[in-house]
Design a protein around this ligand. Sequence first.
Ligand code: IFG
Length: 521
Amino acid sequence: MTTKLKAALAALLIAGSGALVTETAAAAPATTLQELVPQPAQLQPRPEITFTLTATAKIQLSTPDARQPAELLAGILRPSTGYALPITDTVQGDGIVLTSGADPKTGPEGYQLDVTPKQVVIRANTPAGHFNAVQTLRQLLPAKAEAKTKQQGPWQVPGASILDHPRYHHRGAMLDVSRHFFTPDQVKRYIDQIAAFKINYFHLHLSDDQGWRLEIKSWPELTKIGGSTEVGGRTGKLFYTQDQYKDLVAYAAARGITTIPEFDVPGHTNAAQASYAELNCDGKKRPLYTGTEVGFSSLCINKEITYKFVEDVIREVAAITPGPYLHIGGDEALSTPDADYQTFMNRALPLVKKYGKTTVGWHEFVKTTKDTSTIPQFWGTTTTDENVAAAAKRGNKVLMSPANRIYLDMKYDKNTKLGLDWAGLVEVKDSYSWNPGAYLKGVAEQNVRGVEAPLWTETIKTSQDIEYMAFPRLPVAAELGWAQASVHNWDRFAPRLGAQAPRWKVQGIGFYASPQVPWKK
Ligand code: IFG
């Protein structure tokens, strides 16, 4: 019954009987508890409790695990509330407490969050748990908490007891900085945006036919020449120095995110082959390429220098990548004969191990190895792939990125100006309507490592372009990666997704207002 109808009915009763009719209890107002994305595993509303963050509140830590998460939270709330929000090492008084001693059910990435009248108490047993709790607390506060300038309060958090933990370990976002180059600040903006949804892996696609984007000291022409242009022909110093890359890795880590750098080999290599003649079988440099075709390039499989090149790249990148993974690409090697592809992987994969890292690769590579520690990233548009199923059977964990579900560069519909449509048109509901744990034949829940949403940038040039394509489907990927399979239901999820809109507006995110979603004003 609508509130208006209730009021009319109450008025009628009063008019009719003359007796004072107590106002029918209005339905509990929708609070931010019903708006959380991703949805927590366990949430018990405590409607009798409301916490209000006040000017004297402190952020109180009882574990060093919480230091960086606390600083992240303070960095978000100090500008919008105007409060000092000092971070203290003693737990005492009003404010936000980050402590250890979480229920073991929270596992390595979960947390508990309990709202009391004077404190919001976060318990987690790891830094990851505290980072994830901070992202939830952000969403429990009013949307204006996201503002960069001082807003009027009150800064209320609805009463609740939350015990949360993710469905999958790997919840990823990929940004292709090769087709179009993005500055460190543009990359950091995207890192900020994915962190808000508990994404914990950031995959940087750093080389392709159109650009080599990371300085390799032993092969300086890779960026001097290979990093001098992009799709469409813009020229400049379109690459990251190693210091800039390290800064991006640290920026992501300060938000609980592990960076996975990708150097795509043996295909997608024109930028490298335009930089060094000796990397080409005919000893001639390739011209720089600013188009958007794929599959025409291949390293020269039978030349020794190819493997010196690959080893030098892996060595230098591994040395500045604290995370355990390197991505070697391996996709669309259409100009590399199968036998040569096998030869190449036989030599490249051990090099990743030699430098202490674990290989991630687009799923084609997995037919070349029996190493079950390697991670095939499935990007197909089918629901069967015998090589991936065979690998899963051997014990490889599959990272799910089906292009016709979660490629963020796919057009939403035929009117979408940006993006491509080779995998089909992918509306928001299409991105949601699949189960990563039962999508690929022979790849069951226990064979899935997680979900990653790639954004390829053939047609994407600005942060606004990134945000139009990533929102709202990136939060959808985050929901699929985090929320329990049991709550997978579009009719329940869509309103939660729609309730994020005020927050995104405050953050200046120009999202696609899909007609499929009830957007909150
Ligand atoms: N496939 C290519 C990408 C990019 C993409 C655009 C993979 C693994 C099409 N490879 O996706 O380089 O061009 O949607």
